[in-house]
Ligand binder design. Structure first.
Ligand code: PMP
Length: 288
């Protein structure tokens, strides 16, 4: 449960935490966000998440609302005030509010900064990973700059909703050439016939997942080979293993794709090894 939310300079009770109706995040999705895991009262991969947040701001010519040190101070305070030892932090920055107008240059906009945290039980998440999840595939109908972490998430909302309706947990989005770009809220991986981990290389078509990047580091430390190549839906069906990476699920084994059993239908050894080693390799920043 979230008790306290930081909104534009104030720590407010959850029920009183609001932004203006003419906020550009609300009207135009002119906003970016980050989600970071909290594990054992530490921020997981905070440096990489804040680097990506800065990149998203730069790509959209949005000024940072404050310094990185100030942001970290607020994150720590929100985690502390919400008594989160395991869970996640959500941060959102919009370009600010003003009478509705598409353009933003020359306007005196003050960015909106929202930060909240909520506890998530580690045992529930681990139980999900022990069982493995199901995904469905569907066309990727998103825009051409999915490398920027914007709140323009309607295609992801609809994809997840369809996955839920079909008894699955995630949707894998397929590009015009038949290759999987990524999940609706995760990066997509398989273990191919050569026994190598395979995930798509970074382009503007997908989010540069922080967990993806750390998983590549983890693979190197435990002697697993990674191929940065896209894969098709039939290749995914035929894979030895499949899994998703995201800050909210770390490494999540996939046991079903479009109703087809992956490998032996249980979480695969490479996905489990990556998951098990993940927190030993990821950065854990103490909350002061
Ligand atoms: N792709 C998309 C589209 C996402 O929304 C997310 C999670 N926000 C990811 C990948 C995974 O990124 P990360 O590992 O940084 O959470």
């Amino acid at each position: 449960m979230t008790r306290v939310v930081y909104v534009n300079g104030r720590y407010l009770p959850y029920g009183d935490a609001n932004v203006h109706v003419e906020d550009r995040g609300f009207q135009f999705a002119d906003a970016i966000y980050e989600v970071m895991e909290v594990a054992g009262c530490r921020l997981v991969d905070a440096t990489r998440h804040l680097d990506r947040l800065q990149r998203s701001l730069t790509e959209l010519a949005m000024p940072a609302p404050m310094s990185r040190a100030a942001m970290l101070h607020i994150i720590a305070e929100v985690v502390r005030r919400n008594r989160v030892s395991d869970g996640q932090v959500y941060m959102q920055i919009s370009r600010g509010g003003s009478p509705r107008d598409f353009t933003f240059s020359g306007k005196q906009l003050v960015p909106t900064f929202v930060c909240l945290a909520r506890p998530i039980s580690r045992s529930i998440r681990d139980a999900r990973a022990d069982k493995g999840i199901g995904v469905i595939t569907m066309p990727d109908i998103r825009w051409g700059r999915c490398d920027i972490k914007t709140v323009m998430l309607l295609p992801a909302v609809l994809a997840k909703e369809q996955a839920l309706a079909e008894g699955a947990d995630e949707a894998w989005l397929v590009d015009g050439n038949g290759f999987i770009t990524e999940g609706a809220s995760s990066n997509a991986w398989i273990v191919n016939g050569a026994g190598h981990l395979q995930t798509r290389s970074l382009t503007s078509a997908l989010l540069p997942g922080v967990t993806r990047l750390t998983a590549i580091d983890v693979a190197a430390t435990i002697g697993l080979k990674v191929e940065l190549e896209p894969f098709t839906v039939p290749e995914a069906y035929a894979a030895c293993e499949a899994f998703a990476t995201s800050a909210s699920g770390t490494v999540m084994p996939i046991v079903k794709i479009d109703g087809n059993i992956v490998g032996s239908g249980i979480p695969g050894p490479q996905a489990q090894a990556l998951r098990e080693a993940f927190h030993r390799v990821a950065e854990h920043m103490p909350i002061h």
